[in-house]
Design a protein. Structure first.
Lengths: 106, 119
């Protein structure tokens, strides 16, 4: 089974900051990597699929990069509504999610 | 509006059974694979199962193999998850999710239904 490891597990940042979350796969997954945002009490929301493709309607301050085993999600200028938990997910071989990164207001 | 609405959650005793349903609307249901993803209280996301557009291919996470069965009824725009031999560790919110063609990302999610396994 493919394991996904996100870092950091939690992160404090301020509005306007640039933030990067990383995700590492236990084996190569090409670009079969997706990113989700989840707010408390809500279903997850797809942000980026295939490592770097922005889902329709998602603000352009979100971007993704990487291939193989190492991936990043970057938020270029944090907005108040971005404080949430973020998950990566591999879809190369069945599906596995990372453990999540909780982004909190500093 | 594209929408998924889950139902069927509740409290069930260990070793009991439950059927979850997911009603889809606003899109061509039989053009998409569909999945179930769960989230235990305060924990992360866990993929449970996926079924392709016509039910000919199904996959499960190891922990539910032999106990859960995913199915769909395209004429009713409905997805199901039959859960048997339930365990305490199956306690979670269960989400149905549309699976994006070509990438297998989950692009549309329902609001979730809670399953609690407790004596």
């Amino acid at each position: 089974d493919i394991q996904m490891t996100q870092s950091p597990s939690s992160l404090s940042a301020s509005v306007g900051d640039r933030v990067t979350i990383t995700c590492r796969a236990s084996q190569t997954i090409s670009t079969s990597l997706n990113w989700y945002q989840q707010k408390p009490g809500k279903a997850p929301k797809l942000l980026i699929y295939a490592a770097s493709t922005l889902q329709s309607g998602v603000p352009s301050r979100f971007s993704g990069s990487g291939s193989g085993t190492d991936f990043t999600l970057t938020i270029s200028s944090l907005q108040r509504e971005d404080f949430a938990t973020y998950y990566c997910q591999q879809s190369y071989s069945t599906h596995t999610f990372g453990q999540g990164t909780k982004l909190e207001i500093k | 509006e594209v929408q998924l609405v889950e139902s069927g959650g509740g409290v069930v005793r260990p070793e009991g059974s439950l059927r979850l349903s997911c009603a889809a609307s606003g899109f061509t249901f039989d053009a998409f694979a569909m999945s179930w993803v769960r989230q235990a209280p305060g924990k992360g996301l866990e993929w449970v199962s996926t079924i392709n557009w016509n039910g000919g291919s199904r996959g499960y996470v190891d922990s539910v193999k032999g106990r859960f069965t995913i199915s769909r009824e395209n004429a009713k725009n409905s997805l199901y998850l039959d859960m048997t031999s339930l365990r305490a560790e199956d306690t979670a919110f269960y989400y149905c999710a549309r699976t994006l063609r070509g990438t297998d990302a989950f692009d549309i999610w329902g609001q979730g239904t809670m399953v609690t396994v407790s004596s």
